[in-house]
Design a protein around this ligand. Structure first.
Ligand code: COA
Length: 347
């Protein structure tokens, strides 16, 4: 959480706790990254919707617009209690930043550790007219430095968004290979996978639009399938790059969530995931790309030690280009992580 955050205020902060059950597990036996992303989004949705309705006449629901890059710092185990705390840390005119921290508690020993930190941006949409963006009530900051830091984060994400908006690209066909056995292992074609999901009421807000957390969970699931198909071992989510949610997905739409491997390093793999929405019963509306993101996965042995990853075999020019781009992202985030580590040791 922001080190300059104000004292606990029920309008600005919330904590949700839940025990992790066997149905929250991934095949490696720890809690599914998608489940954690969903819990993070739920806490962010509650606090931002509550805040946006704290003033003014017109009621709104907060729609998830963006999640900043998120690292999974430590696995959460089944039987542990997840404490998810969310706090509003910055308000702009029509958008609100929520910072979330997830702590795992072993209730037998009392040990606690941080498993995730995330930063999310929500935009209030009118209940009466979902296309109407409402204004966000401003928060009070403890000092000018806190406000200034928030403004810097706001400006930075706006700039980054402009650069990525163009990248969303064409809608792609589902990647379902019935003839996988004929493909060469460790190629992009071999592991690429899709999930097809009909958006039902339990996936949606009162508006009838999909919760961002539901989408992220499906995205993580596909990325996990691609990773497991590639290396045939237990895999876990290591991080998710920033995700922008440009388009709403409505109840009754069919979504196709597709993943393809773009890059492998010695001990990590990057998977690009796309979500395409198909308004099946509305003939007048076209399929569209709702969101895309990069997930990084690692493969773990029984003791939780990272294993080597078979190198991705690129076959086409596009695959080679994506591999090089993935390598750049990998080297940049690695350098950033190292400089953050260094800064911490020098404090
Ligand atoms: N990240 C952060 N903030 C964003 C954003 C993004 N990706 N896209 C828009 N915004 C903010 C803008 O900065 C602006 O806030 P500000 O005035 O405080 O700067 C506010 O949204 C409204 O911008 P505007 O240009 O009027 O709206 P828009 O046409 O870009 O629509 C959304 C913004 C979020 C309503 C629209 O992109 C949307 O409906 N997205 C899908 C939301 C959703 O369904 N989420 C769950 C997906 S599964």
């Amino acid at each position: 959480m922001d080190q300059h955050s104000a004292p606990f205020c029920p309008l600005r902060a919330i904590q949700i706790s839940r025990i992790m059950r066997p149905d929250d597990a991934n095949i490696a036996g720890s809690v599914h990254g998608g489940t954690i992303l969903k819990m993070i989004e739920e806490a962010g949705f509650i606090i931002s919707t509550r805040h946006c309705n704290s003033q003014g006449e017109e009621h709104s629901m907060a729609a998830l617009a963006r999640v900043e890059r998120t690292d999974f710092l430590s696995p959460m185990c089944i039987g542990e209690v997840a404490h998810v705390s969310a706090e509003i840390t910055y308000t702009a005119k029509h958008s609100v930043e929520v910072q979330v921290q997830v702590i795992a508690e072993n209730i037998l020993t009392g040990d606690k550790r941080i498993t995730n930190r995330a930063s999310l941006w929500y935009v209030p949409l009118s209940i009466r007219n979902v296309d109407k963006v409402l204004e966000v009530p401003p928060i009070e900051y403890t000092d000018t430095e806190q406000e200034e830091n928030g403004r810097k984060r706001y400006e930075a994400q706006k700039l980054e968004r402009l650069a990525t908006k163009q990248k969303n690209g064409d809608v792609i066909l589902p990647m379902i290979s019935l003839d996988r056995h004929t493909k060469e292992p460790h190629t992009v074609n071999f592991s690429q996978s899709s999930l097809i999901h009909l958006v039902g009421p339990s996936d949606c807000t009162l508006h009838g639009f999909v919760h961002g957390g539901v989408t992220m969970k499906l995205m993580d699931e596909v990325a996990g399938i691609v990773a497991a198909r590639h290396c045939k071992t237990n895999v876990v989510t290591a991080s998710v790059d920033a995700i922008n949610f440009h388009r709403k997905i409505q109840k009754g739409f069919v979504i196709t969530v597709s993943g393809r491997m773009t890059f492998t390093s010695n001990k990590s793999m990057e998977i690009e995931v796309f979500v395409d929405a198909d308004p099946i019963v509305e003939d007048t509306r076209e399929r569209f790309r709702a969101v895309s993101a990069y997930f990084t996965y690692v493969s773990l042995d029984e003791k939780g030690k990272p294993l080597s990853i078979p190198e991705l075999k690129t076959e086409t020019e596009d695959e080679k280009k994506r591999f090089e781009e993935g390598k750049m992202r990998y080297l940049q985030t690695k350098a950033k992580r190292q400089s953050e580590k260094l800064a911490l040791t020098q404090q």
